[in-house]
Design a protein around this ligand. Sequence first.
Ligand code: ZN
Ligand code: FE
Length: 241
Amino acid sequence: MPVHATPVPILKDNYAWLLQDSGTGALALVDPAEADPLIAAIAAQGGRLDLILLTHHHADHVAATELLRDRYRCPVAGARLDAHRLPRLDIALDEGEEVALGVARGRVIATPGHTRGHIAWFFADGAVLACGDTLFSLGCGRLFEGTAAEMFASLAKLAALPDETLVCCGHEYTLANARFARTVDPDNPALTARIAEVERLRAAGLPSVPTTLALERATNPFLRAADAAILGALRARKDNF
Ligand code: ZN
Ligand code: FE
């Protein structure tokens, strides 16, 4: 039974994600950084929270973790590698290990680059990928603690997931990313079509995500970079764009 993913807009341009196992109704929350809108979103889905998942230690992804753990008395799962600087973890995992959400299983994919201990969560049933600040629609995370080679390897791991994978990223950066992507790949019809779609969605006040891995492979210049040097050059250019 598939996992269903719903974005919850929080802070200025972040998304937390509610992931629901349709087999049991169990509910997980990814990257809880602001309590009030998340408490309201959980109430709208029945008022019970079973699991908190963290992608990385930045405050705009973890700030409300303790408050929500206390309120819902649910375990918090995150990267063992960054346990020392994440909120207290009840479940500390390494690459390849799994967490249970009802009858669904989420697998840890180590994605260093943005931060050293950054991870993504992949639920194969439902093809839901919660990837924090590693992969964005039409973009990728800044290299705060890692090299271009690390980010290239992390993106390659994500790119190897199935076409239909839903990319549930940590920010609504798509329009700004689109302005840059257009300068990299001006003659890509898939990119032109995606930009028009994103402009429509944002004008209507709707999220531009989740996107799919197939669409990102066709449009995202960072995912399309042929090697780490090209990715590094693109990232450096985007930092000053
Ligand atoms: Zn971050
Ligand atoms: Fe962030």
